[in-house]
Design a protein around this ligand. Sequence first.
Ligand code: NAD
Length: 295
Amino acid sequence: MTAKILDGKAIAADVRAKVADEAKRIAPKLDRVPGLATVLVGEDPASEVYVRSKARATVEAGLASFQHQLQADTAEAELLALVRELNADPAVDGILVQLPLPAQIDARRVLDAIDPAKDVDGFHPVNAGRLATGLPALAPCTPIGCIILAKQVHASLAGLEAVVFGRSNIVGRPLAQLLLQENATVTIAHSHTKNAAAVSRRADLLCVAIGKPELVRGDWIKPGATVIDVGINRVPGSAPGKTKIVGDVAYGEAAKVAGAITPVPGGVGPMTIACLLVNTLRAACARAGLEPPAI
Ligand code: NAD
C-alpha cells in the first residue's frame, strides 16, 4: 500500500482563497475589512520570519494587518499596555503575540491580558475552557488545521478511533477536544504512556505532536490509517554541516502502511497560518454579531 499524500500547501491555499471570498462578503457588513494585529518583541530571526509570513498571508487574503515590533528589552508593563490598546481598538479583530517572549516578560500574563474575543491563537484560558466544555470558542490554529486535513480523507470523523500523541496546550490537548467535538473516540498518549506502539496501532486517525524526530515507526501504524504528523524537527542532513526538517513520524516507513499521510514539511505547517486567518474572520463575525464564516 502507498499512502495518499495530504498536500497541506495546496489545501492551505484553498482555505486562504475561501478566507479571501468570505472577507469580501463580510467587509460591507462590518463597514471595514477584518484586521489582525501581530506583536513581535525582539529580533529572534525565526520569530521574524513567522510574523512576516503571517502578515503577508493576512494582506494577501484581503484582511488588514497591523504590525507592532518592540525592542528586545521592552518591559512587561509596556507590552501589556500595547495589548490593552489593541483590545480597545475596534479595527482589530485578532491579536497575535509571537512566542517566545524575552525572559523579563511573563508570557502567561501577556496571553491572559488579550481579550478572549480577539484571542485568535486560542491560548487564553477562557477559550481553552470554552473549548473543553463544548461552547463556541476560538481554538488554536494548528489543531484546526489537523481537523481540516483529516476531513480531506474522512467526510465524518464520528466513531473513528483517534489517537493523539502529545498533550501540550498548543496542539495535543486542544486537538483532542476538537476530535471529541467531531464525535471521534479519543485517546491521548504522552510521555508516560505505556506500550505507545500498541496504543498507536489502535488508531484509524493518528495525530502526532511530540517533537521527537521520527519516533513513530511504520509498525506503529494500523494499515490504512490516516496519519497527521505535526512535528517539526531539525536534524543533521546527509551532507556534512547541513540540516533537514523531519516530522515525528518516520515518513518513508509510514507511507507504506498508512492510507493517507501528511508530509513534513508541507503538511500541517502551511495549515497553521491559513487557520489563523480563519480565526480572524471568526472573531470579526462573532464581535459584530454576524453568523460565523462559511469555512
Ligand atoms: P511540547 O514539547 O509542548 O509537547 C510535547 C508533548 O509530547 C508533551 O505533551 C509530551 O508529553 C509528549 N511526548 C514527549 N515525548 C513523548 C513520547 N516519547 N511519547 C509520547 N508522547 C511524548 O510540544 P508542542 O508545542 O505540542 O509541539 C510538538 C511538535 O509539533 C514539535 O515538533 C513542534 O515543533 C511541532 N509544532 C508544529 C506546528 C505546526 O504548525 N506544524 C505548530 C506547533 C508545534
